[in-house]
Design a protein around this ligand. Structure first.
Ligand code: PLP
Length: 363
């Protein structure tokens, strides 16, 4: 049995005729940047999330970068975030010359522990950037409340959680700004890099649109120093097709995630805990095991692919050594990064494949 970690081929075959025809339309139109496909995508993304503005951009990383730029973040500012995430979250903070201030995670959801955020706030803090990891939203109400009390902006790194809900509301539209990624392996993935920024703030939306196009407010008139952060029309065309089928895929992801957890209930592993009021899109289905190396090896001898998201928390990465953190500073993140591993997950994972994975884990 050959199991894929994420089955992008099965998904392509499912929508092939629609995707091919949309992409060929872009070719025939020669409108490769912006245009009708992008406008259609942005309006569908806005109605999907309920946000007033959805702005397509070049990647999840650039979505986060542009959001911080729109908030005027730079040298001397502090941004509170989690050390247990993909590096892009904190990389963009450092890239702008600001300082990432880490706060440890909850042991059950692996998201930032809101009860520890206030201790990290100083007079330099400008933004709280929670990450909705593995497809489940952080505790956004608690985070928004803290932000309001201290006049801070909240940017949700929703790069793994597009489609997830928090008390019935959609991820990406739970705070001042939400950012997502359309990297091919994400729950809503393009056929290249892509991302989107969501907000209900008209002024921020206008500024972000300028920033992603070199700060232009009209052709060759540059109000800000910006970047080339545009989403191209071919990616928009692919995403338009996939978004039409997305609800069905989210449902399948939920069923497969829940089925994993049911089947693994009596195994010697810790399955994901989905907080009350949350739904997860299971961007990753990640379990915790005491002896990860042995488990990875056991699965790999049966040709079952696995991955580790993430083996080293950001405060211990060489790239962040100047922040001055040391081992032991964030014990929950450190423990989880030693034990976590992700199993194959996609809406197209078959019951027989899942049974085989679970049997191998238990064997
Ligand atoms: C939590 C998180 N933040 C940011 C990113 C960056 O997104 P992209 O790869 O589209 O730049 C990712 C993507 O892997 C992510 O998982």
């Amino acid at each position: 049995m050959k199991i894929n970690f994420i089955d992008l081929k099965a998904q392509y075959l499912e929508y092939q005729s629609e995707i091919d025809s949309e992409v060929l339309e872009v070719m025939a139109s020669t409108q490769f940047i912006g245009g009708a496909k992008l406008n259609q995508l942005e309006s569908s993304l806005a109605s999907y999330t309920g946000a007033s503005h959805a702005i397509g951009c070049s990647s999840g990383t650039d979505a986060l970068l542009l959001s911080l730029m729109a908030c005027g973040i730079g040298r001397g500012d502090e941004v509170i975030t989690t050390p247990f995430t993909f590096i892009a979250t904190a990389e963009v903070i450092a890239f702008l010359g600001a300082t990432a201030v880490f706060v440890d995670i909850e042991e059950d959801t692996y998201n930032i522990d809101a009860s520890k955020i206030e201790d990290a706030i100083t007079d330099k803090t400008k933004v709280i950037m929670p990450v909705s990891l593995y497809g489940q939203c952080a505790d956004m109400d608690a985070i928004n409340e803290i932000a309001q009390k201290h006049s801070l902006t909240v940017i949700e790194d929703a790069c793994q959680s597009f489609g997830a809900t928090y008390d019935g509301k959609k991820s990406c539209n739970l705070s001042t700004i939400g950012c997502t990624s359309f990297f091919p392996s994400k729950p809503l993935g393009a056929y290249g890099d892509g991302g989107a920024i969501f907000t209900n703030d008209d002024e921020l939306a206008t500024k972000i649109r300028m920033l992603l196009n070199h700060g232009q407010n009209e052709r060759y008139k540059h109000k800000y120093i910006g970047i080339n952060g545009r989403l191209d029309a071919i990616q928009a065309a692919v995403l338009n097709v996939k978004l039409k089928h997305f609800d069905k895929e989210v449902k399948l992801r939920d069923e497969i995630g829940s089925r994993y957890s049911d089947l693994l209930e009596d195994a010697d592993v810790i399955t994901p805990k989905i907080a009350e009021g949350n739904t997860s899109v299971y961007a990753q289905y990640s379990i915790r095991v005491k002896n990860r190396e042995a488990m990875v090896e056991k699965l790999s001898t049966k040709e079952i692919p696995t991955a580790v998201h993430y083996p080293l928390p950001l405060h211990l990465q060489e790239a962040f050594k100047d922040l001055g953190y040391k081992e032991g500073d964030f014990p929950v993140s450190e423990m989880v990064s030693n034990e976590i591993m992700s199993l194959p997950m996609s809406p197209y994972l078959k019951d027989s494949e899942q049974d085989f994975i679970v049997q191998t884990i238990k064997g």
